[in-house]
Design a binder for this molecule. Structure first.
Ligand code: ADP
Length: 403
């Protein structure tokens, strides 16, 4: 195996029908293996496993997460990495919802697992899948410490005015209704990278981060601490996403139930899987959207305009909330790769001290970089996110501290 195996952390990000994984060195960030189990529970499940310069595939039905992970372990063995025998240092699990309970990476025992499971009422599409991943990994690697890293943790300390929804306070308290925020691991990782790029202390930097992937969110961070973020009780709120609408008039939900006779599961399905770019244009992938726009498709053009309009609305809000802003940063699939989105999101804002340099913006690069002009008061940056590395480092830290 490349690298000392006991330095490596296995990171598992398990979704409702998929498991993404990486085996990596938290110090050097070198990846020893990675892959994805796809379409769990469907007849055409599959696994793609990359290791030692090779790709190994598996095709055929995979009934559940445990079966998927077991097959992944077999594939590790096939590429010469005996995971069970190799003494991996820790398994780091991405867990979407930590509720009010979890606000830092946490070593998993039976009671932590039960608490994550209980939080499923707040994240019915996510936490059950995370629990399935944890249960499977504990079965397959019973002697390796498992650590949960929560998407909500970074936003735990949001100010009351930002996290409180203006509904009946007793109902909100009874149901745990508040803004929790998600993508926290990415926002925190990127905010740290921004401070390093600016050569400033993280606690001095005021910044806005746009994480634009399939899911999308923005955060306003003052001196290292988030003061606002776009996602809310669930990852549905805020920016327009691949299949999710972001902000909506809440009255739309009862209207759909009364007038279109949708039941609550159908509304959930509509909002989570058939809205956002997909709902407006038929496609959720940004590259396909761009191809359709180039081919003159009006619905796709409108989807793009709604997407940019929403970004700018939050940009304006966060410029005011933060007052002084040192950096605006784009990250994740769209943020890192679409100069068009970055240019349109920040167009015409020189009076606010924001000037994108067209040549820097369109230059191809995979590293953290400036894309603003030297005269831009606010630095505009592109910083590749790396949630797996952040999870691996957090898991490694917890395990090292635990002795
Ligand atoms: P996830 O939320 O699944 O982690 P990613 O951060 O990988 O998502 O982002 C996926 C999105 O990034 C997709 O919409 C994809 O089309 C978009 N994307 C990837 N590469 C490019 C590119 N070169 N130009 C525009 N969009 C891109």
């Amino acid at each position: 195996m490349s690298g000392k195996s006991d330095d490596l952390v296995l990171v598992i990000n398990s979704g409702s029908s998929s498991i993404k994984y990486q085996l990596l060195d938290p110090e050097s960030s070198a990846i020893a293996a990675s892959g994805m189990v796809d379409r769990i529970g469907e007849p055409n499940s599959g696994i793609e496993h990359h290791a030692e310069g090779r790709t190994v595939e598996h095709h055929g039905p995979i009934a559940d997460h445990t079966t998927g992970l077991k097959l992944v372990f077999d594939m590790f063995a096939e590429t010469g990495q005996d995971l069970a025998g190799a003494g991996v240092r820790a398994v780091g699990h991405r867990v979407v919802h930590g509720g009010e309970v979890f606000y830092r990476p946490t070593l998993i025992d039976d009671s932590v697992l039960a608490a994550i499971s209980e939080l499923s009422s707040l994240a019915p599409l996510h936490n059950p899948a995370n629990v399935a991943g944890i249960v499977s990994a504990r079965k397959l690697l019973p002697d390796v410490p498992q650590v949960a890293v929560f998407d909500t943790a970074f936003f735990h300390g949001l100010p009351d005015a930002a996290k409180t929804y203006a509904i009946d306070a007793k109902v909100a308290a009874a149901q745990g209704i508040r803004k929790y925020g998600f993508h926290g691991t990415s926002h925190e990782y990127v905010a740290g990278a921004v401070a390093r790029l600016l050569d400033r202390d993280r606690l001095e930097v005021n910044q806005i981060v746009f994480h634009l992937g399939n899911g999308a969110s923005a955060s306003a961070i003052r001196g290292g601490h988030p003061i606002d973020t776009t996602m809310g009780l669930t990852p549905l709120e805020g920016l327009v996403m691949g299949t999710r609408p972001g902000d909506l008039d809440p009255g739309i939900v009862p209207h759909l139930m009364r007038s279109a006779h949708l039941d609550i599961d159908q509304v959930d399905e509509l909002l989570n899987r058939h809205s956002g770019l997909k709902g407006l244009s038929g496609v959720n992938d940004f590259r396909e959207l761009q191809r359709l726009i180039d081919a003159g498709d009006d619905a796709s053009r409108l989807a793009y305009e709604v997407y940019i309009h929403r970004l700018r609305r939050y940009l304006g809000a966060y410029l005011i909330e933060l007052d002084r802003v040192d950096a605006i940063t784009f990250t994740a699939g769209v943020g890192e790769n679409s100069p068009q989105v970055r240019a349109d999101a920040l167009a015409g804002l020189s009076r606010f001290g924001i000037e994108v340099d067209p040549a820097l913006n369109t230059a191809k690069s995979r590293v953290a970089r400036h894309i603003s002009t030297p005269g831009s008061e606010i630095a505009v940056l592109v910083v590749p996110t790396n949630e797996e590395l952040a999870i691996a480092r957090a898991a490694h830290r917890i395990v090292a501290a635990d002795g």
